[in-house]
Design a protein around this ligand. Sequence first.
Ligand code: G1P
Length: 291
Amino acid sequence: MSKINKAVIPAAGFGTRFLPITKSFPKEMLPIIDIPNIQHLVKEAVLSGIKDILIIISKSKMEIVDYFKDNNSLYDFLEKSGKKEEVKMLKKITSMANISFAYQKAPKGLGDAILCAEEFASNQPFAVLLGDDLVDYDTIPATKELIETYQETKSTIVGCKEIDEKDLHKFGVVKPKDKISYPYFEICDFVEKPKDISLAPSKVASLGRYVLTPDIFPALKKTKKGVGGEIQLTDAIKSLIETKKVFVRLFSGKRYDIGSKFGYIQAIIDCALKRDELKEEVISYMKEIVK
Ligand code: G1P
C-alpha cells in the first residue's frame, strides 16, 4: 500500500477578499484567536500521518517562513523570564513536520502553484490543503479521510461537501458518474465556478482538500488558462477523467470559509467555545449582547 506522507499547502495568492489587512500580511497568517490558520493546516496534515510539507509562497510572504523557524533570541528571553512552557509550545510548532518552501513566481492560479510541487512530489501521490478552507480536525481530519479513500481507489480524490445552491458559483462543482454515495463516489465532470446555477452539475462542491497522483503534473502542463484567466487545478483534474478514475470523498468535519469575513468570524467563535480558558467568558458575553 503506497503511503501518503507528503502534503502541499499553496499560500501564494494575494488574498484580495481580505483586503486591506492582506495588503502587507499573508492571509494564511490570519489568526484564529492566537494560532495562524496555516498552523491548523499543518496540524491537520500531521494528524493525517503526513511528515513532509511543502508550502508554496510568493516572495512577499516571508512571515510564513519566519513563523516555522526557531527564534532563538525569543527563546532566550522567555527562558530568562521563567516562561519555559511557552518555549516548549513554540518549539513544538517548528518541529511538528519537515516544512520546506517553494516560490510561485507570478500569481497564475492554483494549478500553476501546484506545478511548483513537482520536484517535491517525486513521482508519489500527495495531499493538498487550501488555506481558505479550515476544516475542524478534532474528530477525524479531512485529509485523513481523503487518504483512506485514496488507499481504496488508488486514484485522484477531491474533498467535497454538499453546499447551498446560492454558493455554488464560488467553487469547483462535481458531476457524479452514477449517483452521490457516502463516503465516496466516482465523478465524470468537474466545473470550475459555474457562472449560472443551470451550469452546476450538482450541489457537491470541492472544498480545498485533494489527494493528487503524479499524473496531475503532465495534465497541468497541458492546461490552458481557465476561469479568471488562471491555470485551474479543476481543469487539470477534469482532463484526467478522460482516461482515469477520479473520486469525491465527502469529508465529515465542519468547514469554515475563512477567506470570507463571516466564515472567519464563525471559526473564531467556535474555536473560542472549544477552549476551556475562554468558553465561559465568551458565552456570557454573547448572552449579554443578544439580550
Ligand atoms: C479554489 C478552487 C475551487 C475550490 C475552492 C475551494 O478556488 O479553484 O475549485 O472549490 O478553491 O475553496 P479559490 O477559492 O481559490 O478561487
